[in-house]
Design a protein. Structure first.
Length: 296
């Protein structure tokens, strides 16, 4: 009976520990992602992170999810995977990952970088629809006043040529496509200019630009992949139930332990070689407990 009661107490204690850990890692919309400060609402929390940590949500109008869902995903990266949301650096604990972001100024994320995992949260087709709506509103205003239509010539749906020769286009559509005059200028340029432009375009397409943070992340993941490939069959089976970020975390801890053991080994060898070097230690006075003089 005593054994059963003890086992029951241990089981209840383990269950309470798991529940406490789950609650600690659960997302709270009023809790800061970087310093764990609690605010009264999501609005006050985002305001605090913006003022204290310079955290901004870029292009908020083009999000396909609400702000709370995006923050919950960032919380998952920091709390569960213990990774930096900017450069992907992984730490042993959540607090260490938060401290890294605070020290490095990495309280931000880039959704426009090469192969970014945050790009799926945005949809920029909304911008094109808004630009088309603004273009329709502009055409209605021009029809009402009439004088603009009489004094200017419409080149296309969103571009006008003024009597002075200047071309006016919708500002929101400026990034979408070049105006008609620019296209005519490009078409009538010399063949040499076309050849140089084609060569430069080919070189730029053959060498895609990657940011330094993306390069570091890819190198780290390639290193983790090589470590996984070098594992024995037994070790690989023992890690099969873990996800890829958890496997990388286990390998990182193992690598740190190996490096710490090697450093301790080197320090011990250096001390041993120093004690055995009689020329170097001539200034040192040996005491009676010295092992080298114990049997002399």
């Amino acid at each position: 009976m005593a054994g059963n009661s003890t086992a029951g107490c241990v089981s209840d204690h383990s269950t309470r520990c798991l529940d406490t850990e789950h609650l600690a890692s659960a997302f709270v919309h009023g809790k800061c992602l970087f310093c764990n400060k609690l605010s009264d609402s999501l609005h006050f929390n985002t305001t605090h992170m913006q003022k204290s940590h310079s955290f901004l949500i870029p292009d908020k109008n083009y999000l396909v999810v609400d702000v709370e869902t995006l923050l919950s995903y960032l919380h998952l990266i920091i709390s569960k995977y213990r990774e930096c949301i900017c450069c992907g650096t992984q730490r042993a604990t959540k607090r260490a990952a938060q401290q890294h972001m605070l020290d490095k100024g990495h309280c931000r994320f880039d959704h426009k970088s090469y192969n970014s995992e945050f790009a799926d949260f945005y949809d920029y087709s909304i911008a094109e629809d808004d630009a088309q709506t603004k273009a329709d509103d502009t055409s209605v205003c021009e029809d009402r006043h009439g004088s603009i239509s009489a004094l200017s010539m419409q080149v296309d749906e969103t571009t006008l040529r003024l009597p002075s020769g200047k071309v006016v286009s919708n500002r929101s559509r400026a990034h979408a496509a070049p105006c008609l005059a620019q296209r005519h200028t490009i078409e009538h340029s010399s063949n040499t200019h076309h050849a140089e432009e084609a060569t430069s375009t080919t070189k730029s397409s053959q060498s895609p630009i990657m940011r330094r943070s993306d390069l570091k992340t890819s190198k780290r993941r390639n290193k983790a992949s090589k470590q996984l490939a070098a594992l024995s069959t037994t070790t690989e089976r023992s890690l099969a139930h873990l996800s890829l970020p958890e496997q990388r975390a286990v390998l990182a801890v193992q690598q740190k332990q190996v490096e710490a053991f090697q450093r301790a080994k080197d320090r011990y060898r250096s001390r041993l070689e120093t004690l055995g070097n009689k020329s170097l230690m001539t200034h040192f006075v040996r005491d009676a407990a010295d092992k080298r003089t114990m049997w002399k």
